[in-house]
Design a protein around this ligand. Sequence first.
Ligand SMILES: CC(C)(COP(=O)(O)OP(=O)(O)OC[C@H]1O[C@@H](n2cnc3c(N)ncnc32)[C@H](O)[C@@H]1OP(=O)(O)O)[C@@H](O)C(=O)NCCC(=O)NCCS
Length: 237
Amino acid sequence: MPSASPQTTDPYQGQRQPVLIRRARGRAEMLKFRHWHELAGNTGARAAARHLAALNDAGLLSAALNGGPLPAEHSALGRGGVAALAAARTMALVAVADGRIIGGLIAAPPIPLALQVAEQGPHAVVHVALNTIMIRAIAVVSQHRGYGVGRALLREAVATARRARVPIIFGQFDAATVGLDEFYRRCGMIVTKPGAALAFSDYLAAPVRHVPAAGHALFYLPLGTADRVRESSRPTR
Ligand SMILES: CC(C)(COP(=O)(O)OP(=O)(O)OC[C@H]1O[C@@H](n2cnc3c(N)ncnc32)[C@H](O)[C@@H]1OP(=O)(O)O)[C@@H](O)C(=O)NCCC(=O)NCCS
């Protein structure tokens, strides 16, 4: 499986070791995502990390995140359905400083969003799954916060989505957590009012919308145009 070249950043401006942002690898790093999910306040953190490890073991993780033509995704659909497609578009990133992992980010296609168009058939579901990425968790260990590590993780997630020609990346956060709205804004995201839904019709050829959980707000960043979306998601035969 090809992998993207690692990205480096120096958030500490020479005061500490530079931080490396790279894809997570190996079972231990996958299982560590339990911690990143927990720090981000997600339920089901243990199960989510085990699922990630299983996808990695099966060689499915991030298999279709390196840009290029899309037939691979359509054949993934043939081999393992939407679950395989979601796995192939899942990114698990880690931040490494001085040989230690100090943060993580996981993002994947939002399958419940894609299933909103299930009545229109499998290609409509594939269209949404291929053209959206939702950030599920982003977290940095407390002693390394405030040095740009979170921004570096988010930046690499956006760059990966761009390479995969995904036109919109988004996520949600608990609006009661002080500073998170500012963090996402500082990282260039558009932040919605708590409770406001996000309609994707400007970015996708599908009338889907994401309604945040109670007390949550959304952040998102458009990366492309609807015309390109329709073009890039046309199945090849
Ligand atoms: C949110 C989190 C990932 C941010 O990581 P981080 O490495 O501390 O963030 P960065 O240092 O990259 O910050 C980037 C920008 O956001 C700002 N920022 C970060 N946290 C902030 C806060 N709590 N309040 C206000 N601004 C904040 C920084 O000041 C910086 O701004 P600037 O450089 O433009 O001045 C980290 O605080 C964390 O792990 N929190 C716990 C987990 C969590 O809540 N995750 C989000 C769940 S949706």
